[in-house]
Design a protein around this ligand. Structure first.
Ligand SMILES: Nc1ncnc2c1ncn2[C@@H]1O[C@H](COP(=O)(O)OP(=O)(O)OP(=O)(O)O)[C@@H](O)[C@H]1O
Length: 222
C-alpha cells in the first residue's frame, strides 16, 4: 500500500521536515501518526498524497512512485485515496450532501446511487439531520464530519486524514475513531495524524508512528 525507503523531505528554505523514513504499510492497516507541532506529520501525509515529493529516498503509494514529472499518473492514483484535509476544503454555497457527493463525482455511478451512498456516509458520521444545510451554516466540527463523509463515500482503498478529530467533542471523536477502525473490514488502509493519544489507547488496535523532528519511531498496538 505504502513503501518508503530512506525518504527525506527538505523544503526549499532548508527545513529538514523528514529524515530517512523507512515504512511499510499493508492493506487494511490502521496507522496513527503522532508527534509535537512541527515534527513533520502533515509533511508525511503530503508525500503520501503526492503534493510534495521526496528530496531523497524512494516512496511508492498504491504502486505509484511519488516522483516529479508523473502528474497525470499521480492524479489517477489520488482517485483511490480519500483525503481529509486540516482545512476541510468544502465548497461553500453547496449543501452537506452535495459536498459529500462531490467526493465520488468521478466514479461510474448513477446520481441516485451516489445520493444513497452520500446519505449512508453522512449517517456514519452522525450528520444525517444536517444533510440539506449549506456548509457555511455548519459548525467547525460538523464541517469536519462532512469532510470525513466525503472521504469515505468513494470507498477509497486508502484514507489519509490530517487531525480528523481535531474539532470534535469526545463522543464524536470516539465515533469517528471507531468508524475509521471499522474500515479494516473492507480492507481500507487508514492513515491519520492525531493529538488524541487518549483515544488511541482506548482502541488498542493498529500501529502508532511517532515523529520527533522528522525522525519516525514505530510501535504496534495490537
Ligand atoms: N512549505 C513549507 N516550506 C518550508 N517549511 C515548511 C513547509 N511546510 C512545513 N514546513 C516546516 O516543516 C516542518 C514540519 O511541518 P509539518 O507541517 O509537517 O508539521 P506537523 O507535525 O504537521 O505540525 P502540526 O502538528 O503543527 O500541524 C516544520 O518545521 C514546518 O515549519
Amino acid at each position: 500500500m505504502i513503501e518508503a525507503e530512506g525518504v527525506c523531505l527538505n523544503y526549499p528554505d532548508g527545513t529538514m521536515a523528514l529524515r530517512n523514513v523507512d515504512l511499510h504499510i499493508e492493506p487494511g492497516e490502521m496507522i496513527y501518526i503522532t508527534g509535537p507541532s512541527g515534527s513533520g506529520k502533515t509533511s508525511l501525509l503530503k508525500l503520501f498524497i503526492g503534493i510534495e515529493f521526496p528530496t531523497d529516498g524512494k516512496l511508492t503509494v498504491l504502486g505509484q512512485p511519488i516522483i516529479r514529472g508523473q502528474a497525470s499518473k499521480i492524479r489517477q492514483m489520488r482517485r483511490s485515496i480519500g483525503p481529509v484535509f486540516q482545512d476541510f476544503r468544502l465548497v461553500n454555497g453547496r449543501t452537506a450532501i452535495e459536498n459529500v457527493m462531490l467526493g465520488a463525482r468521478f466514479l461510474d455511478m448513477s446520481n441516485k446511487k451516489l445520493k444513497e451512498n452520500a446519505v449512508i456516509a453522512l449517517k456514519k458520521v452522525g450528520l444525517e439531520k444536517k444533510m440539506f444545510s449549506m456548509v457555511e451554516h455548519l459548525s467547525w466540527g460538523q464541517c469536519q464530519r462532512v469532510a470525513i463523509a466525503r472521504a469515505i463515500v468513494r470507498k477509497p482503498r486508502l484514507i489519509i486524514a490530517d487531525e480528523p478529530t481535531g474539532n470534535l467533542d469526545k463522543d464524536n471523536a470516539i465515533n469517528i475513531m471507531e468508524l475509521f477502525a471499522s474500515l479494516k473490514e473492507e480492507n481500507t488502509t487508514v492513515v491519520i495524524t492525531t493529538h488524541a493519544t487518549h483515544l488511541i489507547n482506548n482502541l488498542r488496535e493498529g500501529r502508532l508512528i511517532h515523529i520527533e523532528s522528522g525522525i519516525i519511531h514505530q510501535e504496534r498496538l495490537d
